[in-house]
Design a binder for this molecule. Structure first.
Ligand code: THU
Length: 160
């Protein structure tokens, strides 16, 4: 028996002002679109903003449903929209923010497992890593250079 260790690397920005200006702008757009979340059940609003290699920004917010699993996370709303509107563009950067209507979310909110798998498909498809920045409503911002840091042992088409 032997053990393997997998490491993930993240950068931590103490303030949004510490981030590159284009990311500050992307995060501002994620914060703005967060307000459009349709979240009457969870009261938890998530915003996602994507910067594409064609310069376009594509946005998403979570959309819930009375039949709970029929709703969709902000990240997937955004990446599926990007795939539909700009199928040939690559997603270069992604900013995510989450805020609750009932309390202040101060720790960085990472994409859920389902979103990680969906984002991994796009990273794999475009053969180029996606920079992912995520935060709560306030507080530090985490940055990953690739989805891979968030999803060890990721499943891709090579296993099929
Ligand atoms: N949510 C997202 O939009 N993204 C995530 O990565 C985590 C969860 C949404 C789904 C649901 O509308 C609410 O947050 C509570 O789970």
């Amino acid at each position: 028996m032997k053990e393997i260790t997998i490491t993930s690397k993240f950068s931590v920005y103490d303030t949004q002002q510490e981030m590159p200006v284009d990311i500050q702008n992307l995060m501002e757009q994620a914060i703005a679109i967060r307000k459009t979340a349709y979240a009457p059940y969870s009261k938890f609003r998530v915003g996602a903003a994507l910067l594409l290699d064609n310069g376009k920004i594509v946005l998403g917010s979570n959309q819930e449903n009375a039949a709970y699993p029929s709703g969709l996370c902000a990240e997937r709303v955004a990446i599926f929209q990007a795939g539909a509107i700009y199928p040939d563009a690559k997603i270069v950067k992604m900013a995510i923010t989450a805020a609750s209507d009932t309390n202040t979310t101060a720790s960085p909110i990472p994409p859920c497992g389902g979103c990680r798998q969906s984002i991994s498909e796009y990273e794999f498809r475009q053969n180029q890593p996606i920079e992912i920045y995520f935060m709560g409503e306030i507080g530090v911002v985490y940055k990953s250079d690739s989805l891979k840091n968030l999803l060890p042992f990721m499943f891709d088409k090579n296993f099929l």
